[in-house]
Write a new protein. Structure first.
Length: 462
């Protein structure tokens, strides 16, 4: 008779799932993780800008469709400049209440929602499979996609390492240790999502050869004979890409938790994706709901911060002067005013960059929580079973060393080795100087000898 499901255990597991995913929010707003996410978010569009400068010409932009033109413009934008629709101008704040102006600023940055961060990673590789789009467009997305993977192989690897240690072991490691771990494993982080694409290329080679044969009329007959094998290769390619589409974020978490290589990351991400698809979907929906709510909170906070700063300064400068300063911030001034306004503009961009970077940091932290949950469901592995680097200083406890009696005692500092000359001199002095026991024994022997001599002299006199 089959066992009935334990509802209490299922409910506790769901609560544990929500608790672990909610902890990812607290970890994602830590300054070291936000700093790493900001660096990655700033470096990513620089690579896309370089790709556009090399492979996309002005003539090409004039001839292509609006979607590609908007994609090129969006990929080159810094995180603090993202807008919901690149073809739609930013609304003017004139006549708006403070709440409306803040809401407008938040709505124009919806492209940074964590769910769309996933799209920004998938889009370039999806475009590689677009037929009849031209070689320049193909190379543009290939270069930009590889650059994105390389940047986040470093910064995403460091973020997931810090997050996995806090979520799994409740231990904190420094940003430097996270970066050192990512640098040691950067080839694995970089190659993990590319291995399925390389597999697709190998599967496509026989079909390409078959296509060359089918250029001739007689070759179509040959192609029809081997078309079943071609369909099997297509099935393998579709399976590889399907697992990559949904499982690639788990690869970063696998490498950070297990400390293995690209093949293990590929194997685990595919296994967890295909063995627990509904669980995976459930965890992703939970993380997406939390990410959407916290995203609005972070952006409202950042825009409110900027607005209140202008509001406080407005009482001292007056409306007219504040208008001149805001125009100078937009680049409509020269001289000293423009220099000061440029500094204000840079500081505002830093705040907005940190707010936009939250979407990246939450994305990676949430995927670490989802990985730990899926690993527990599939492999029955506890959260705290995490690979630990020997070089990471996790606790910082003093060194403990047993004494002569076998009782452990705290060693504050390791004993410093003395130079050989000093040790030799000390040993010779110790050898030359008699010990206290030897001196006492020699003194007792002398006293015994003197007493015997006195007895002998007294007997002679008698």
């Amino acid at each position: 008779m089959p066992e009935e499901p334990d509802l209490a255990q299922s409910s506790s597991r769901d609560c544990c799932s929500w608790s672990l995913i909610s902890r990812s929010f607290r970890i994602s707003i830590a300054f070291p993780i936000l700093l790493l996410a900001s660096l990655g978010a700033v470096l990513t569009p620089l690579g896309w800008w370089l790709s556009a400068e090399i492979f996309v010409s002005d003539k090409m932009l004039a001839d292509v469709d609006d979607d590609f033109r908007a994609s090129v413009a969006r990929n080159k934008r810094l995180p603090s400049e993202m807008k919901a629709n690149d073809n739609q101008p930013k609304p003017e704040p004139k006549g708006e209440t403070p709440i409306e102006s803040i809401t407008t600023a938040v709505v124009t940055n919806v492209n940074s929602i964590p769910g769309l961060i996933y799209y920004r990673f998938v889009e370039p590789f999806r475009e590689l499979f677009n037929i009849e789009k031209g070689l320049s467009r193909f190379v543009y997305f290939l270069f930009g996609g590889l650059w994105t993977v390389l940047v986040w192989a470093l910064f995403g690897g460091a973020i997931t390492r810090i997050a996995i240690m806090q979520l799994g072991c409740d231990e904190r490691i420094s940003m430097r240790d996270g970066l050192k771990h990512a640098m040691r494993k950067i080839s694995s982080y970089f190659m993990s999502p590319l291995l399925p694409i390389i597999g697709v290329v190998f599967c496509a080679v026989p079909i390409v050869i078959l296509g060359l044969i089918m250029k001739a009329d007689f070759g179509v007959i040959i192609g029809s004979v081997f078309w079943v094998l071609a369909l099997l290769s297509g099935f393998v390619m579709a399976l590889l890409l399907l697992g990559l589409l949904f499982g690639w974020p788990l690869m970063w978490a696998t490498l950070s938790a297990e400390g293995t290589d690209s093949f293990d990351a590929l194997s685990r991400s595919y296994a967890y994706t295909f063995q627990r698809p509904l669980k995976y979907l459930f965890y992703v929906v939970m993380a997406a709901l939390l990410g959407a709510i916290t995203f609005w909170l972070v952006f409202y906070f950042s825009e409110t911060l900027i607005h209140l700063t202008y509001w406080g300064a407005h009482w001292g400068t007056g409306s007219e002067r504040m208008g001149e300063i805001k125009n100078a911030v937009d680049g409509k001034a020269d001289g000293v005013l423009h220099f000061g306004a440029s500094i204000i503009n840079i500081l505002e961009h830093i705040i907005r960059t940190l707010a936009a970077a939250f979407s990246y940091s939450f994305f990676w932290c949430a995927m670490c929580a989802i990985y730990l949950l899926l690993r527990r469901d599939v492999d029955q592995t506890e959260f705290d079973e995490i690979f630990v680097d020997d070089e990471e200083e996790r606790f910082g406890l003093p060194q403990v060393k047993p004494d002569a009696a076998g009782v452990p005692s705290v060693v504050d500092k390791p004993a410093e080795e003395k130079p050989e000359d000093e040790s030799q001199s000390e040993s010779t002095e110790a050898a030359e100087e008699p010990s206290e026991e030897e001196s006492e024994s020699s003194e007792s022997e002398d006293s015994d000898d003197s007493k015997e001599k006195e007895k002998d002299s007294s007997s002679d006199e008698g």
